[in-house]
Design a protein around this ligand. Structure first.
Ligand SMILES: [Cu+2]
Length: 158
């Protein structure tokens, strides 16, 4: 009987050890899981933050993007036989608009934008490009300088 009991005690002891082992490993797992879940939470937060940042950046980009698309207001003038094709080109722009005057000419001359005092060479096959920001309100003559011929009338509205 003593043998049986002793076996039983050993079994109980073994059982106890097994339970203890499970308990310890359970603790280990629990603490491990806890350890994992905390960083996971941080990661999630970080992810959320970065997503928010991305969204904010996208929004910023979207807000920043509009200005470039408008681009400069292009005013094209074609000079034929030393005179503006179709008559003097009359254009209205708004103050602070970016404007690009492009003049094609079959004669060599200089293009002069009065008021802003910009002068560019022009020649057949070599159009003149006069980019400017319309900071000065008023009406300004564009002239074939050497010939003294007006080719455009630019109105900058305040
Ligand atoms: Cu002039």
């Amino acid at each position: 009987m003593a043998t049986l009991r002793s076996v039983s005690t050993r079994r109980r002891l073994a059982g106890f050890l097994a339970v203890l082992a499970l308990f310890v490993s359970g603790l280990a797992l629990a603490s491990c899981g806890g350890g994992e879940s905390e960083p996971a939470g941080s990661t999630t937060e970080t992810t959320t933050t970065s997503e928010t940042t991305t969204t904010a950046e996208t929004a910023t980009t979207t807000e920043t993007t509009p200005p470039p698309p408008p681009g400069p207001t292009e005013i094209r003038i074609v000079v034929v036989n030393g005179a503006p094709q179709g008559g003097i080109v009359r254009e209205k722009v708004t103050k602070n608009d970016r404007v690009l005057l492009i003049v094609r000419s079959d004669v060599a001359d200089h293009i002069h934008l009065h008021g802003y005092d910009i002068v560019r060479d022009v020649a057949p096959g070599k159009p003149a490009r006069l980019p400017f920001k319309a900071t000065i309100p008023g009406r300004f003559e564009v002239e074939l300088e050497d010939r003294g011929v007006q080719i455009a009338d630019i109105s900058v509205q305040p």
